[in-house]
Ligand binder design. Structure first.
Ligand code: PHE
Length: 457
């Protein structure tokens, strides 16, 4: 990847490849597993509105800022800050991002492992003829075990590392390009089935009819965390990818297109899940297991459900892979470019370290269920700290860096490719970076830790 001696860095080979890689990073378990469970935990419609507002006003600007930093810096997330701000401590953002990458990879691989088990279950026809209760018990008895979830987690990590070792073009780009459109198609089929189930209306109301009494400072923070997690922003994954994007590409368009695709897929997942949750009389706030309980119920109701379920879980695992590689790449690009470690070794080291932490995440649903730190299981603690604290904080620093430090002319230069492309909304963009985004993130934070008090309970 880094070839400092010749000054050549490997990059993405086509516009479509870049889009797929960036969308591949954004679209993953965050949309299909995390989004529904967080919406369910936070009371539905009102959360959704706040989430959408955050994507628009904060998500897109932060994503674009990351691309600007990466492409201008031509380096991993730590190196890019060091290059753009020599002698200043902005590189700390890079270190924070690397820490967040470890945490996310650790718990992400737990859930990705569950997905692999569900590929196996689907393929062996394990959902066939089971009642909703039985499907719940099936998930319960699987994810609290020790051996099987760990085995799948390891399998997933090995796959992630394998793709990263193969590099940008042969690895990341190739896999991302082919498979994502299929996933969308399947989600549409499932959403249609879900909304035509008797009793589905309740789910649509839950998702789309805001009940503002549900809003609290904690709900705002969860919405912020989910927006950042889902868009893959705040930890430098897109700084790293940005450094592989050629100068001729329009960063603005990529950011908007990726954000729209990511949001539509989360909404589609919501429309597939919640009507079914209500139709089967399940609990929307049941937590991280939500989709593993609900989806097999839907497949039971679809003609050819066996076939759909196998393909769906395979595609979900692949969507998880195109995201997990973008997380691991943050760490690997850092180790390779800053510490001169060979790509293969760097990958193995980083993946092994994340797996080690990941073991505790996986076990926190089983034998370590009662082990808690700050009142949270290991899984919840890592999920909360990375998504709701490190990513928004990273995003805050990133917009401040681009808005106040990098200099408007540098930013304009990068966005217009030295004046050869148009970027119409430049002044609005800079205004958001300088004022709106930092203030909004700071308010959500301070409100959630009780430093200030704005509405809600
Ligand atoms: N956005 C990814 C998903 O939705 C997860 C992710 C988070 C990837 C942070 C990179 C960085 O699954």
């Amino acid at each position: 990847m880094s070839d400092k001696d010749t000054g050549q860095r490997e990059g993405f080979s086509s516009k479509f490849g870049i889009l797929c890689a960036a969308a591949g990073s954004a679209i993953g378990l965050g949309n299909i597993w995390r989004f529904p469970y967080v919406v369910g935990d936070n009371g539905g419609g009102a959360f959704l509105l706040v989430y959408l507002a955050f994507i628009l006003v904060l998500g897109i600007p932060v994503m674009l800022s990351e691309f600007v930093i990466g492409r201008r810096g031509q380096r991993n997330t730590f190196g890019a800050f060091r290059r753009l701000a020599p002698g200043r401590p902005w590189w700390i953002i890079g270190i924070m991002g690397i820490a967040a990458a470890f945490m996310i990879l650790a718990f992400y691989s737990t859930i990705a492992g569950w997905t692999l088990e569900y590929v196996y279950k689907a393929a062996t026809n394990a959902f066939q003829g089971k009642s909703s209760d039985e499907l719940g018990t099936m998930f319960q008895s699987f994810h609290t075990q020790t051996f099987r979830p760990l085995m799948w987690q390891l399998v997933f990590m090995i796959m992630t590392a394998g793709i990263i070792i193969a590099g940008v073009k042969r690895g990341i780009e190739k896999y991302a390009k082919i498979l994502m459109p299929f996933l969308v198609l399947l989600l549409i089929v499932m959403a249609i089935r879900s909304i035509t189930l008797p009793g589905a209306m309740g789910g649509l109301q839950f998702l789309f009819k805001p009940d503002f009494s549900e809003l609290s400072p904690a709900v705002f923070l969860s919405a912020l965390g989910q927006a950042f997690f889902s868009l893959s922003i705040g930890m430098g994954a897109l700084i790293t990818y940005g450094s592989y994007i050629g100068k001729e590409n329009k960063l603005g368009n990529i950011s908007v297109e990726v954000s729209i695709a990511d949001t539509l897929i989360a909404l589609l997942a919501g429309v597939a899940i919640f009507p079914a949750v209500f139709a089967f009389g399940l609990e929307p706030g049941e937590g991280p297991g939500l989709i593993f309980h609900v989806l097999p119920n839907i497949f039971q109701q679809i003609p050819g459900g066996y076939f759909f379920s196998v393909i769906f879980f395979i595609l979900l695992a692949i969507a998880a892979l195109t995201s997990s590689i973008s997380i691991l790449e943050v760490v690997v690009a850092f180790l390779v470019e800053e510490l001169n470690i060979r790509r293969r070794h760097a990958t193995i080291m980083a993946a092994a370290a994340a797996t080690f932490v990941g073991v505790f995440c996986t076990l926190s649903f089983g034998v370590m269920e009662d082990t808690s730190l700050f009142g949270k299981t290991v899984f919840d603690l890592l999920d909360f700290t990375s998504s709701n604290v490190l990513l928004p904080l990273g995003g805050l620093f990133i917009v401040v860096f681009v808005g106040w430090f990098l200099g408007a002319s540098n930013v304009r230069d990068e966005l217009t490719n030295s004046g050869t492309l148009r970027f119409r909304l430049f002044s609005i963009f800079m205004f958001i970076l300088k004022f709106i985004a930092p203030v909004a993130i700071a308010i959500v934070f301070m409100n959630s830790i009780g430093l200030i008090k704005l509405g809600g309970s």
